[in-house]
Design a protein around this ligand. Sequence first.
Ligand code: ADP
Ligand code: MG
Length: 265
Amino acid sequence: MLEIKDLRKTFFPHTPNEKKALRGVNLTLEEGDFVTVIGSNGSGKSTLMNCIAGVFFPDKGSIRINGDDVTRMPEHIRARYIGRVFQDPMKGTAAEMQIAENLAMASRRGKPLSLRWSSSANQIEQFKELLRELDLGLENRLETRIGTLSGGQRQSITLLMATLVRPKLLLLDEHTAALDPKTAEKVLELTQKRVSEGHLTTLMITHNMRDALRFGNRLIMMHEGRVVVDVGGEKKKNLTIQSLLELFEKASGAEFDNPEALLTP
Ligand SMILES: Nc1ncnc2c1ncn2[C@@H]1O[C@H](COP(=O)(O)OP(=O)(O)O)[C@@H](O)[C@H]1O
Ligand SMILES: [Mg+2]
């Protein structure tokens, strides 16, 4: 479904600030894979996701989605089939626009821009139902401006928007990291629900090892710009934090330097 071959990206090449962010990433996702991604700070997780989304291009290597080479496809075209939710709740929704307008915009993803943005009665009902499922009391606030909502509410709506038109691929980059634990849990539950209902192929970066173990059918760990651990199936189900740390240390020859990942509840 997603096929990444020898992906490489260096920032500020040939300068004193040179950063080799990706040093040859190989990764293949099957249709319906829900992969959690964990790794030390600066190991290249976000750079990998940005290359997949087309925020910037890699220096070398290739990215294919359902057989199509998208390596150098412009970001806005790729956005037609990639849903994204990143860490910052302020991004991903338009603050000045109403909830309904944001959802209507998302429902038009991949369709011609010429048609009106206004929503039909049917669509309003659909939006209300989706918002009711969020259980955040937003179902009767369709005309509320997004900018007045809390971070958790905004992030939940971003997630709805990213999955309203079924994406071929869903990319989540620490999308609950900026939320308080209770809200984060709610957004994770919603994530699980949307992913399983839509059978979405998903990559979810998390700084929380427990979440990486709890969610998904497969887990990868990155270190210094490479994928160093890749565990799926029964083996993934039986993983513990301890065994994960051992795997990581064996594969990378380093200690896991993201203690935050262990401390967060
Ligand atoms: N847009 C960018 N410009 C310059 N350097 C970057 C950029 N994005 C990431 N980096 C650098 O690339 C390395 C990997 O970063 P990143 O992919 O954000 O790591 P992670 O998400 O795993 O914490 C880091 O050294 C980071 O400073
Ligand atoms: Mg990151």
